[in-house]
Design a protein. Structure first.
Length: 282
C-alpha cells in the first residue's frame, strides 16, 4: 500500500505548486514593467538586473513623443475598432441566438452547425482571399474593413455562448409573456437579455481582448498610420536597421496590457459566470 500524504501535507504541496505557477505567469509582466522603467543605458546590461537601479519614465516619454504622438493615434484606432466590433457582434449574436434557441425554424440546427463550422477554419488560410476581396470592395486599409473581418471571425463564438444561455432559461418565461400580449422583441430585450447579462459580458470581454490584442489581421489589412492598431504600432516603433529598441517596445506593451487587465479585474465575476453557464450543452 502506498502511504498517503496527510491533509496538511497535500495543502502545503498544492500551495507550493500554485505559488510556482503564479510566479511563472506573472514574471513576464514584471519583466515588462521593469524594462519599461529602465533608462536606455541599463537595457542591455549583462547579467540582466531584476530591479532598475535608476527607474525613469524615459521610455514612456519616448513612446508618446515618437512620430509626433502617433502612438495615441494607434490607441484611438484600436479603441474605435474594438468598440465597433463589440457593438456589432453582440447585437447580431443576441438576435441570432434568440432565433436559434427560442424560435427554431426548419433547418435551424443545420444553420447552427454551419455557424460553428467557422471555428474549424484557421483564419490564416483566408488571409489571401480576404485581402483580394477587401481590395475589390475598396475596404482595404480602412477601419470598416478590419471591423467586418473581426466580426466575421468572432461572431460564431458569441452566437454559441448566447444560444446556450438563452436555451437554459425556462420556456415558461416566454409563454407567460406571450399570454400577456408581449412581442418577441419585448421578451428578448426585457426578459432574456437581462437574465443573460453574465454571458453577454463574457462575450464583451472576449471580443475586447481579441480585437485589442490582435496583430496579424490588423498588420495584413492596414498600411497607414490612420488605420494601424496599437500592436502593429509597437512593432513599428521597435524596428531598427540593426537592433530593436527594447525600451520603447516594453513601454508600448505595458500601456497596451493595462486596459485588458483592468477590464478583466472589474468584470471577472460576470465573465467566469458567463463562461460556466454558456458552455453547458443542451
Amino acid at each position: 500500500m502506498t502511504k498517503k500524504f496527510p491533509h496538511t501535507g497535500k495543502r502545503l504541496l498544492g500551495s507550493i505548486l500554485l505559488t510556482i505557477m503564479i510566479v511563472v505567469f506573472l514574471f513576464p509582466i514584471y519583466w515588462n514593467l521593469i524594462t519599461a522603467l529602465k533608462p536606455s543605458t541599463e537595457l542591455l546590461d549583462y547579467p540582466p538586473q531584476l530591479f532598475p537601479f535608476h527607474p525613469t519614465f524615459e521610455q514612456l516619454q519616448k513612446l508618446f513623443a515618437a512620430g509626433d504622438g502617433v502612438f495615441l493615434t494607434y490607441c484611438k484606432n484600436t479603441l474605435i475598432m474594438s468598440i465597433s466590433t463589440i457593438v456589432l457582434v453582440v447585437l447580431l449574436s443576441i438576435y441570432c441566438a434568440y432565433g436559434l434557441a427560442i424560435l427554431p425554424f426548419k433547418g435551424s440546427r443545420l444553420f447552427f452547425l454551419l455557424v460553428l463550422s467557422v471555428f474549424m477554419i484557421p483564419f490564416q488560410s483566408l488571409l489571401v482571399p480576404l485581402y483580394d476581396q477587401l481590395t475589390k470592395m475598396r475596404l482595404f486599409n480602412t477601419k470598416l474593413g478590419i471591423i467586418l473581418i473581426y466580426s466575421t471571425f468572432f461572431l460564431p463564438f458569441c452566437v454559441f455562448m448566447l444560444k446556450n444561455s438563452f436555451s437554459q432559461l425556462p420556456i415558461a418565461l416566454r409563454e407567460s409573456a406571450k399570454i400577456d400580449g408581449a412581442s418577441d422583441r419585448f421578451i428578448l430585450w426585457n426578459i432574456y437579455v437581462p437574465l443573460s447579462i453574465p454571458s453577454i459580458i463574457s462575450c464583451i470581454v472576449y471580443l475586447f481582448i481579441e480585437t485589442w490584442n490582435d496583430f496579424v489581421l490588423s498588420f495584413v489589412f492596414s498600411s497607414s498610420d490612420s488605420v494601424k492598431t496599437i500592436q502593429v504600432g509597437i512593432m513599428n516603433f521597435g524596428k531598427q536597421r540593426f537592433q530593436s529598441d527594447w525600451g520603447i517596445i516594453n513601454a508600448g506593451t505595458l500601456v497596451s496590457i493595462i486596459p485588458t487587465i483592468l477590464l478583466f479585474l472589474f468584470l471577472q465575476k460576470y465573465y467566469l459566470q458567463g463562461l460556466t453557464t454558456g458552455a453547458i450543452k443542451e
